[in-house]
Ligand binder design. Structure first.
Ligand SMILES: O=C(O)C/C=C\CC(=O)C(=O)O
Ligand SMILES: [Mg+2]
Length: 427
């Protein structure tokens, strides 16, 4: 079953109390206005009873939480109606390295292999004050209540489905308290809550590789991976890849529409080379990395800058909106692209050239990115890496035709429509 696992940070009162002063300082400036979403991609997914390998020389923390399972397609659902879209609940463990910052997406801390085991589902009538208990080696270590969450399941379904259409089987993790329990190799951890099957996992230094990953292919994206684009946004080029994950609901195809939300000031295009993984990659060296590439395609990584907040920036509400990742379906085999680090990228708006760059200007090249990600995540065939965009961004408006073209890879055309036009088209 293909599914997406969404999670939310800073949703527990103990977290916002602990971070209160920091929220008013750089880089955050103000407390988050909207849920701080992140994605637990398919390499993190495990089941009850699975053994989970812990990274060496780094502290890993348990994050027992409640998972809400979506039962039917949910698009722009009001909180008052959300119950009809909930199939059931399960226990989950949102494992993480230390949460030292909420500014940029925490891929290395939260998306490591096995960092999201989810238990068996069951229906529950009332989760308004459900106690989530964590036991380590048979000893109760943590107990927290869903009554202390800022947003409940219905409110989170409403917030997420407002910009990302959810499908049956999708999951939302409701959050974790500030205090986290450290887990070590040899530990047996059980997450319990009344009315739900417990979630048992053994932790070790080694674990069997994930056989058939269940979730959607992961679409990684790079922020500020061209120094000239970083400069135009008044950032320095990052010293480590700025990786975020785009949700599959945002994908659309060639000659499709992309929806510009009404009442926003700035939605811009981003021409990007996309690498498609062709075979399972884990701990791959930079020198071997291209052997794991099936081929290349291209995407338009649109962004609605009005929705940027300094929490897991760029946040899902900016980058994972329905229809805002047009992707060329055809993949050009690696053999046909002798040097992916020397390709011209162009964007045309209504026939006028507006963006032009070359993949040689990437801050982190394709082999580096594959080696970097595969050091802590198993990359599977079908996973993709959108490698960032060069400078030359501009606003787009309803009626605009946007063409992204990458030398030797292809040409992707899409048209901008308003939210109102799009809603009309669905009737
Ligand atoms: O934080 C920002 O303003 C920019 C983040 C991502 C930009 C992006 O998608 C790209 O550089 O490509
Ligand atoms: Mg981008």
């Amino acid at each position: 079953m293909k599914r997406s696992v969404f999670a939310v940070a800073l949703n527990h009162r103990s977290q916002t109390e602990a971070w209160h002063d920091r929220f008013h300082q750089s880089p955050y400036q103000t407390p988050p206005k909207t849920p701080v979403w992140f994605i637990k991609p398919r390499n993190t997914h495990r089941r009850d009873g699975d053994t989970i390998a812990l990274p060496s020389r780094q502290q890993t923390f348990s994050g027992g939480t409640l998972a809400v399972i979506i039962g039917q397609t949910a698009r722009k659902v009001a909180a008052a109606d959300a119950a009809a879209f909930i199939q059931g609940y399960a226990l989950a463990n949102d494992l993480s390295l230390a949460e030292e910052s909420f500014y940029r997406p925490a891929i290395k801390a939260k998306c490591r292999d096995g960092f999201c085991p989810i238990g068996e589902p069951a229906p529950l009538k009332d989760i308004s004050a459900l106690e989530i208990i964590t036991e380590v080696n048979g000893v109760g270590k943590q107990r927290w209540s869903t009554a202390d969450l800022h947003r409940n399941a219905a409110e989170l379904i409403a917030a997420l489905s407002d910009f990302a259409t959810l499908q049956a089987g999708d999951v939302i993790l409701l959050g974790t308290p500030q205090q986290r329990i450290e887990v070590n190799p040899g530990d047996e951890v059980v997450i319990r809550a009344a009315g739900l099957p417990p979630l048992h996992n053994h932790f070790s230094t080694q674990a069997e590789a994930q056989t058939q990953p269940e979730g959607h292919a992961t679409l990684f994206a790079l922020g500020l991976n061209y120094a000239d684009h970083a400069a135009e946004l008044e950032f320095k080029a990052p010293e480590e890849p700025l990786v975020f994950i785009k949700a599959p609901n945002s994908l659309t195809g060639d000659h499709c529409v992309s929806v510009r939300p009404d009442n926003v000031d700035y939605m811009h295009y981003e021409a990007e080379l996309v690498v498609v993984i062709g075979k399972t990659a884990r701990n791959v060296s930079r020198g071997q990395a291209l052997e794991y590439v099936e081929g290349y395609t291209l995407c338009n990584d649109y962004a609605v800058r009005d929705y940027l907040e300094n929490y897991y920036r760029p946040n899902l509400r900016v980058k994972s909106r329905d229809t805002l990742t047009p992707l060329l379906p055809a993949v050009v085999p690696r053999s046909a692209i002798p040097d992916a680090q020397n390709l011209q990228l162009k964007t045309f708006i209504n026939g006028e050239l507006r963006q032009s760059g070359n993949t040689r200007d990437m801050v982190f090249d394709v082999p580096f990115l594959i080696a970097y990600l595969s050091e802590f995540m198993t990359l599977q065939p079908g996973d993709m890496i959108a490698t960032g965009t060069p400078k030359g961004l501009a606003d787009v408006n309803p009626g605009d035709e946007v063409v992204v073209e990458i030398e030797g890879v292809g040409r992707l055309t899409n048209r901008i429509v308003s939210e109102q036009q799009f809603e009309e088209s669905l009737k």
